[in-house]
Design a protein around this ligand. Structure first.
Ligand SMILES: Cc1ncc(COP(=O)(O)O)c(C=O)c1O
Ligand SMILES: NCC(=O)CCC(=O)O
Length: 417
């Protein structure tokens, strides 16, 4: 049972968990045995409609048969060879077909690694040291991005982590999201290697880019010799089969992917213009390597997922479910609130009337949000236990699920106040 496991876990893991946001579920995290479609099943045998979806990767829901079969086929043949395998070529060709700005790429093991490599590449390619990020954007858990970071770093009050050397912090400039004049001012010195941005912010809740923000970044970067990095770890293959760059029609120099493109298995991808990517070892001087890079199981799962996205109406189904959730929330909540949604990612902010950047998100009533989380859990619906995460829908969130969730929401909002 969850309570017993939690008691032991507290003595084994810092804070009882292996990634901080998991500890936010009260009074203790429920342990999960399995998942199927839009549902997860707890150790206690309770089914929950899942709007967390592994924090984004499971765009086709839990345990989709075609992904499972692809992974099983690979498992039968073995799963680690220290040499290239066919599936990495297949996955890379599919990625490049749908995200043409990724002319060449490198497969790594997490979004964290992908952004770490992207920033090192940008420094190596431009010969400049500094980079610019945005307040509340989260790019993983390495030194150069744990500065004014969103997600669990903000949730736990350490947007700038202890242990990050000041020498590193000094090389990272920070602007408010959606603030082009700040970016213009900082980049005008022409000493920044890159701007890294979540094209839709998904780590302070969801915050869309203002009209002209992404194209403005593109222009400022091009005119100052700064590389533009889109961190599409969440948005890649979610907002469209070509990610946010396809949706908004703005091409970055470097893209990072993760989550969906590994079908729920560990993955990160960094890709971009050929001449930039060719700076990576062994063709160039910027080092990257990894025992598990291009892991055959992740490659097989990724190919299977993209094949599905190429053939189905999965984005339509996921987006319809997200819209129904948001409409129902708007209808049932009496309290002042904002719901930000882009496609199948969204979040509600209670007690505020506008959220266009991280400082506005921080003003939302987080206690009320946690009450909503807890009461939805009682109704059989799992949303992230943190204001500073996104809710996700999948292609498995069909009309029956939507109807159930709408009823659950009507009951749950009563506890929000
Ligand atoms: C936009 C973005 N970039 C990078 C990361 C880091 O990815 P990972 O957790 O796979 O290291 C995340 C994780 O949520 C993310 O949302
Ligand atoms: N939005 C941040 C994440 O999705 C990370 C999940 C985790 O670290 O558990």
């Amino acid at each position: 049972m969850s309570g017993e496991l939690w008691e032991v876990a507290k003595s084994l893991f810092p804070g009882g968990v292996n990634s901080p946001v998991r500890a936010k579920v009260q009074p203790y995290p429920f342990y999960v045995r399995g998942g199927q479609g839009p549902y997860i099943f707890t150790e206690e045998g309770k089914a929950l409609v899942d709007f967390v979806l592994g924090y984004g990767p499971l765009f086709l829901g839990h345990n989709p048969p075609y992904v499972r079969r692809a992974v099983e086929r690979q498992l039968e043949r073995g799963w680690l060879f220290g040499t290239p395998s066919r599936a990495e070529v297949e996955l890379a060709r599919k990625i490049r077909r749908h995200v043409p700005s990724m002319e060449k790429m490198r497969f790594v093991n997490s979004g964290t690694e992908a952004t770490m490599v992207a920033l090192r590449l940008a420094r190596g390619y431009t010969g400049r040291t500094k980079v610019l990020k945005f307040d509340g954007n989260y790019h993983g858990a390495h030194d150069y991005v744990l500065i004014d970071a969103g997600s669990a770093a903000s949730e736990y009050g350490v947007p700038t982590s202890a242990g990050v050397p000041e020498e590193v912090t000094r090389t990272v400039s920070v602007c408010p999201y959606n603030d082009l004049s700040c970016v213009q001012k900082i980049l005008s010195k022409e000493d920044h290697a890159a701007v890294i941005v979540e094209p839709v912010m998904g780590n302070m809740g969801v915050i869309p880019p203002s009209k002209g923000f992404l194209s403005g970044l593109r222009e400022i970067c091009s005119s100052t010799g700064t590389l533009l990095i889109f961190d599409e770890v969440i948005t890649g293959f979610r907002l469209s089969i070509s990610g946010a760059q396809g949706l908004f029609g703005v091409n970055p120099d470097i893209t990072t992917l993760g989550k969906i493109v590994g079908g729920g298995f560990p993955i990160g991808v960094v890709g971009g213009r050929k001449e930039i990517m060719d700076q990576l070892t062994p063709s160039g001087p910027v080092f990257n390597a990894g025992t598990f890079n291009a892991h055959p199981l992740s490659m097989a799962a990724g190919v299977a997922v993209i094949e599905q996205l190429e053939n189905g109406n999965h984005h339509v189904v996921a987006e319809r479910a997200a819209k129904a959730f948001v409409d129902s929330l708007d209808d049932s909540l009496k309290l002042t609130h904002v719901v930000n949604r882009v496609g199948s990612m969204f979040q509600v902010f209670l007690g505020v009337s506008e959220v266009r950047n991280a400082s506005q998100a921080r003003k939302a009533d987080r206690e009320a949000y946690l009450r909503l989380h807890s009461s939805l859990l009682r109704e059989g619906v799992f949303i992230p236990p943190s204001q500073f995460e996104a809710l996700f829908t999948s292609a498995a969130h069909d009309q029956d699920v939507v109807d159930f969730v709408v009823r659950a929401l009507r009951n749950a909002v009563r506890s929000v106040g």
